[in-house]
Structure formats: structure tokens, C-alpha cells
Design a protein. Structure first.
Length: 119
């Protein structure tokens, strides 16, 4: 796989992880009053960063995964969803997604310019 294809694959996987994160946050919000519900979160970027430091091949095997978040304190009903935490996660994820989308747009802009200039 050439460098351009690797970059496109990486950006695509980052966008997919961000989309999954948005779905998980929505699920957390939907279950904020469900007794015993444990908040979920998506793990990806840190694992990807670690794999990239070791090898490009290792990075290609990293995929986002959803895990229970046991760091948030539980309420008396056993639920640990905090509206404040979810709203902050939603804002951060939106900015992250927009950043990835901008990078992808720039990538395609460069490809378009190369094609047009190559005529």
C-alpha cells in the first residue's frame, strides 16, 4: 500500500472511530436514567498511537472498541452516566470529527490539484 493509500485508510479509520464514539455517547445519554447502566466509551486513538510508534503493520490491526467506563462514580441506583461528562465528550468528539473531515478534504483537494495540473 502506497503512502497516499495508507493516509486515506488512517483518516477513514479515525472518522469511523469518531462516528462510533458519537453513537456510544448517544447510548449513554439515552440510558442516563436506567438503573445499573454502566457508561461506555470508545478506545482507539491511544491504542493506534502506541501501535504506530512500533510499526505501520501493527497499526493496521488496531480497531476501535467499546469498553465500560468504571472510572466515573456510581449513583445510588448503580448508574454512572454524568450528563456533564457526556456533553463534554460530545463536544470534543464533534471537534475531533470535524478535524478529521478537514484533513480528508485537504487530502482530496491535493489529489484533485495533482490530477488537474497533470493534464
Amino acid at each position: 500500500m502506497d503512502a497516499g493509500a495508507k493516509k486515506l485508510d488512517l483518516i477513514s479509520r479515525l472518522l469511523s472511530a469518531s462516528t462510533l464514539r458519537s453513537q456510544v455517547i448517544a447510548g449513554n445519554l439515552a440510558n442516563s436514567n436506567t438503573p445499573g447502566f454502566v457508561r461506555k466509551e470508545v478506545q482507539f486513538e491511544d491504542q493506534l498511537r502506541t501501535a504506530l510508534k512500533q510499526s505501520d503493520r501493527l497499526a493496521s490491526g488496531v480497531s476501535p472498541n467499546v469498553q465500560d467506563d468504571l472510572t466515573e462514580p456510581k449513583r445510588p441506583d448503580g448508574n454512572n452516566v454524568s450528563m456533564e461528562t457526556e456533553m463534554n465528550a460530545m463536544r470534543e468528539n464533534r471537534l475531533t470529527y470535524e478535524t478529521y473531515a478537514t484533513i480528508l478534504e485537504g487530502h482530496f483537494g491535493l489529489m484533485d490539484a495533482a490530477i488537474r495540473d497533470g493534464r
